[in-house]
Design a binder for this molecule. Structure first.
Ligand code: SAH
Length: 288
């Protein structure tokens, strides 16, 4: 009998079989079965003994165990109720772990910390389904800042689909709404790519480890609601030049838009993916 090790594919299959469970598509369940990748995620998060960690989607607890060994407190939020008994069994030796059954997109860290007096400046670490990456970043970065002018999360270390990680860290010429939602508040960095066969079941796409570090002060701090409104106008017609897409969104004629953009030294023929982030604030000041 090999040592108990959740990155061992046979042991994961056995556990699921014994509990009459299977990896569920609707919860985006692809369990990590590679020790090198597991170590890389944990190293990237730079966890210390004082840290509070919020983990999203612990699954069978593979990453959870490594987090519990290193951090002071770990709060793991898992949506799939049926997997929780097995998760509890696999992690029972860790008194510093709290398992929360719920949707990470509804989890309110402020509410949690108001009831549990532990260090509220947490790090997030998660191997998550790609389709919750964008709402998750909005929930823990953008919405936090819009609500409180403050971001509690110290860093996010995420394992997500490679294309999503690339979108998050795109630069001008290739910017998109997800990149702007992230980069106004934080600095994303792709740490490494992870092949699909590091997961069970093997997904159709490769993944990447991405580290997102919030900035001390966001790139844009004023008029943020207006800024996001403009961004959504512009990207609603992203193949068009700014003068055209903004004209449609703002119900102003193209000529006026062109003139105003030129006054602040922004080329009206640019497409939204080319615009430096800071310039969105300048545009918002004029038009909204
Ligand atoms: N972290 C584990 C499991 C990854 S699979 C590992 O590395 O092996 C993704 C996990 O996220 C599953 O356990 C799934 O049930 C959970 N999940 C999916 N959507 C979620 C949501 N909205 N909130 C919390 N957990 C979610």
């Amino acid at each position: 009998m090999p040592e108990f090790n959740l990155t061992n594919l046979e042991q994961i299959k056995n556990q699921l079989f014994q509990e009459n469970l299977h990896a569920k598509k609707k919860f985006g369940q692809n369990f990590l079965v590679n020790e090198n990748t597991l170590n890389k995620i944990v190293e990237t998060a730079r966890i210390t003994k004082d840290d509070t960690i919020i983990e999203i989607g612990p699954g069978l607890g593979t990453l959870t165990i490594e987090l519990c060994k290193r951090a002071k407190h770990v709060i793991s939020v898992e949506k799939d109720k049926s997997i929780i008994p097995l998760l509890k069994k696999n992690t029972k030796q860790f008194p510093n772990l709290t398992i929360v059954n719920g949707d990470a997109l509804n989890f309110d860290p402020d509410h949690y910390f108001s009831k549990n007096p532990i260090n509220p400046n947490f790090k997030m670490v998660a191997n998550i389904p790609y389709y919750i990456t964008s709402p998750l970043i909005n929930h823990y970065l953008k919405d936090q800042y819009l609500k409180k002018q403050k971001i509690n999360v110290q860093s996010l270390t995420l394992l997500t689909q490679k294309e999503v990680a690339e979108k998050i860290s795109a630069t001008p010429s290739d910017l998109n709404i997800l990149a702007l939602n992230t980069q106004i508040f934080a600095n994303p960095q792709i740490i490494d790519f992870v092949p699909a066969n590091h997961f069970f079941p093997i997904p159709k796409v490769d993944s990447a480890i991405i580290h997102i570090a919030p900035l001390k002060t966001p790139i844009i701090t004023e008029n943020l609601t207006k800024v996001f409104q403009l961004i959504s106008f512009a990207f609603a017609q992203k193949r068009k030049m700014l003068s055209n897409s903004l004209s449609a969104g703002l119900h102003l004629d193209t000529f006026t838009i062109k003139e105003e953009l030129q006054k602040i030294n922004i080329d009206p023929n640019l497409r939204p993916e080319n615009l430096e982030i800071k310039n969105w604030e300048k545009i918002a000041k004029i038009f909204l």
